[in-house]
Design a protein around this ligand. Structure first.
Ligand code: BV8
Ligand code: ZN
Length: 237
C-alpha cells in the first residue's frame, strides 16, 4: 500500500516545539509568527527575524521525535511511505522516515539572501529566547538568512514536484497536525480527494479539511498514529 503523509507543526507539538497557532502562549508569544515568517518581516527587521530563527534552531537541538514521528517511520516496514512536511524541523528524519520532502525548507539550511550561496559558517549559540541579532554576512556582502519559505515566497520546485507526484501515486493520504489553511500545501489533500482516494485527518481540533476528509480523527498524533496503519490496511484491503 502506498501511503503519503502530509504533516504540519502539530506533529512536533508533543516534542515541545510550539506550533504557529499556539504561539500566543508559546515561547515566542510576544512575536507574531505570521509576521516574522514573511518576506516583509525579514526586509523590515532582519535582526528580529534572524534572532527568532536562531532561537527556534537552538530549541530544535533540545527536543526529540515523539511517538507520532516514530509511528510514521515504523510504517515503512509494512507500506511504501512518502512524507511531505510543512515543518522546518528534522524530527521526521531523526525518527527514521525516508524520504521527507520539506515544502517550506529547513531550519538547518542557511543561504545568502542576495546571491543564494549556501552558508555553512558558525552560528552563534543562543541559550534564551532572544530578540534582535545581526545576521552574518556573505562574501558578497549579502545577509545570511534561513533557507526556508516565507509567506509571499514561492515554494522550491523539487519538493513541490515530489509532493504532487506522491499525492497522485498514493492509495491513501494521512494529513496530520496541520491547520490546513496555508496554500499551496493545503491544496494537496484536495488533490488526493479529487482522485477519489481516502484522506485521513489526524488533529485534536477541527480544520477546513475536516468536513471533506474521508475520516477526521479527533486525537493527538502520538495516540492516533501508532495503530492507524493497521486500521487502514484492514479498511483498504
Ligand atoms: C506562495 C515556513 C506564491 C516558515 C511557512 C490569501 C488567500 C489565500 C492564500 C494567500 C492569501 N494571501 C497569501 C496567500 C498565500 C500564502 C497563504 O496560504 N497564506 C494563508 C495564511 C492564507 N501562502 C504563501 O505565501 C506561500 N507561498 O503562495 O507563493 C508565489 C508564487 C510565485 C512567486 C511569489 C509568490 C508560502 C507559504 C509558506 C510559508 N512558510 N513555514 C517557518 O516555519 O517559520 S508556513 C507555516 O504555517 C507552516 O509551515 C504551515 O504551512 C503553516 C501553518 O502551520 P501548521 O503547520 O498548519 O501549524 P499550525 O500551527 O497552523 O496548526 C497546528 C495544527 O496542529 C492545528 O490544527 C492543531 O490543532 C494541530 N495539533 C496541535 N497539537 C497536535 C496537533 N495535531 C496532532 N497532534 C497534536 N498533538
Ligand atoms: Zn552572497
Amino acid at each position: 500500500m502506498r501511503v503519503t503523509v502530509l504533516s504540519g507543526a502539530g506533529i512536533s507539538a508533543e516534542s515541545g516545539v510550539p506550533t504557529f497557532r499556539d504561539s500566543k502562549n508559546g515561547l515566542w508569544s510576544r512575536f507574531d509568527p505570521y509576521q516574522l515568517s514573511s518576506i516583509d518581516g525579514w526586509l523590515q527587521n532582519p535582526e528580529r527575524v534572524w534572532g527568532w530563527y536562531l532561537w527556534r534552531h537552538h530549541l530544535l537541538t533540545q527536543v526529540e521525535p515523539n511517538e507520532g514521528h516514530r509511528a510514521i517511520a515504523a510504517w515503512q516496514d509494512h507500506a511504501e511511505v512518502c512524507v511531505i512536511t510543512q515543518n522546518v524541523d528534522d524530527l521526521h528524519e531523526r525518527a527514521g522516515s525516508r524520504p521527507v520532502h520539506h515544502l517550506h525548507g529547513s531550519l538547518f539550511e542557511f543561504r545568502c539572501a542576495r546571491c543564494g550561496l549556501p552558508y555553512t559558517g558558525e552560528l552563534p549559540e543562543i541559550v534564551e529566547a532572544t530578540t534582535d541579532m545581526e545576521p552574518p554576512r556573505c562574501r558578497c556582502g549579502g545577509l545570511i538568512r534561513p533557507d526556508i519559505v516565507w509567506f509571499g515566497e514561492p515554494l522550491p520546485e523539487e519538493p513541490w514536484q515530489r509532493a504532487v507526484e506522491a499525492t497522485e501515486a498514493a492509495d491513501v493520504m494521512v494529513v496530520v497536525g496541520t491547520s490546513a489553511i496555508v496554500y499551496p500545501a493545503a491544496g494537496l489533500p484536495e488533490l488526493a480527494l479529487s482522485r477519489g482516494i481516502s484522506v485521513v485527518e489526524v488533529n485534536p481540533e477541527q480544520t477546513p479539511l475536516s468536513a471533506s476528509a474521508t475520516v477526521s480523527i479527533r486525537e493527538p498524533a502520538s495516540r492516533a498514529l501508532p495503530g492507524l496503519l493497521h486500521r487502514l490496511t484492514a479498511l483498504l484491503n
